[in-house]
Design a protein around this ligand. Structure first.
Ligand SMILES: C[S@@+](CC[C@H](N)C(=O)[O-])C[C@H]1O[C@@H](n2cnc3c(N)ncnc32)[C@H](O)[C@@H]1O
Length: 311
């Protein structure tokens, strides 16, 4: 879909579950680290008005341009920042927005970004191999596809895409360089591994892997999570919605680690690390979408929500 056509608005995933998990209440302060089209943000604002405040962050200036008018009714209660959530603590300090009572991450990309062919996220629309959330980032998907040695490319596709045919795909990409468009890449992948691939398109995993690598999604999540404990008030909630097993693992391991005291190896006689627990895990098991939600919004099917509370 091009920019000139109507842009579909992203449907927020696990909306009531996320707002409930945040325990959004009037008069309190919340951060939406992944503002997107503002779906979660407006539901949070509805709960925290008249005197609550929301800080919304998104790396993508186009997402900000969509969210701003959608949140115009809440203008006095909202601060919107175009930045990477890896800078969470600095953003909060610069905006005098500490401590907060809840922080939400709804990771990955929005369906709005996916549908705009010029962004290069989709193997269904022809566009440049871009995939950057922010135009300020230098690295694009084309740089990775055309410049990386085949073994490194294969590693990315295998790790981030959990793609078992990564070597074959990387070899085929290597032979087809230069590749400049999404449809060209999709057809190279299809040639490498065939067109039948269960229910998903053969290029699904490769495209996901490239997007994760371009945007350093796992690194940014780990960096931001570490900062959340310095931003949350006592009993403030951390809520993470992920769509990929590696993202979910990072969120889960972070919550487990922060809920523990000493992290020294078991045979250390006296604690050397001095680590203190800072979180209590609220969701022992990840919360997943209902069948009704999956039917209405198939994109929600891989979502997992985890919640922890600041001690
Ligand atoms: C799934 S969408 C969020 C949708 C949103 N919850 C809604 O209801 O409309 C994820 C958003 O996070 C943004 N994003 C991803 N990684 C980011 C990062 N490291 N820093 C800031 N924003 C990021 C993307 O640009 C995208 O707009």
């Amino acid at each position: 879909m091009s920019l000139t056509m109507a842009i579909p608005i992203h449907k927020p995933v696990l909306l009531s579950e996320a707002v409930e998990a945040l325990q959004a209440k009037p008069g309190k302060r919340y951060i939406d680290c992944t503002l997107g089209s503002g779906g979660h943000a407006s539901a949070i604002l509805e709960k925290i008005l008249p005197d609550g405040q929301l800080l919304g962050i998104d790396a993508d200036p186009e997402a900000i341009n969509i969210a701003k008018p959608r949140l115009a009714d809440y203008i006095g209660s909202t601060i919107i920042i175009n930045d990477n959530f890896a800078n969470l603590e600095t953003i909060c300090r610069e905006n005098n927005f500490l401590p907060v009572h809840g922080i939400l991450f709804d990771l990955g990309l929005s369906s709005t970004q996916l549908e705009i062919s010029e962004r290069g996220f989709s193997f269904q629309h022809d566009g440049p191999l871009d995939m950057r959330f922010s135009p300020a980032q230098e690295l694009t998907a084309a740089d990775i596809v055309n410049n990386l040695p085949e073994d490194k490319l294969s590693q990315i596709i295998k790790t981030y895409g959990e793609e078992r045919y990564s070597k074959r795909i990387a070899r085929c990409i290597g032979k087809s360089r230069p590749i400049s468009s999404t449809l060209q890449l999709a057809s190279v992948v299809e040639k490498a591994i065939g067109s039948r691939h269960g229910k998903i398109h053969p290029a699904t995993r490769t495209f996901m892997a490239l997007r994760i690598a371009v945007n350093r999604e796992l690194e940014n999540l780990a960096t931001a999570l570490k900062q959340t404990v310095n931003c949350l008030d006592h009993r403030g909630r951390l809520v993470v919605i992920s769509y990929h097993s590696l993202e979910d693992r990072i969120a889960k391991q972070f919550m487990i680690r922060e809920s523990k005291g000493c992290l020294c190896p078991p045979d250390t006689p006296v604690c050397q690390c001095g680590h203190m627990p800072s979180l209590k895990i609220i969701s022992k098991k990840a919360i997943t979408p209902s069948l009704t939600e999956i039917k209405l919004n198939p994109r929600s099917r891989s979502a997992k929500l985890r919640v922890a509370e600041r001690l």
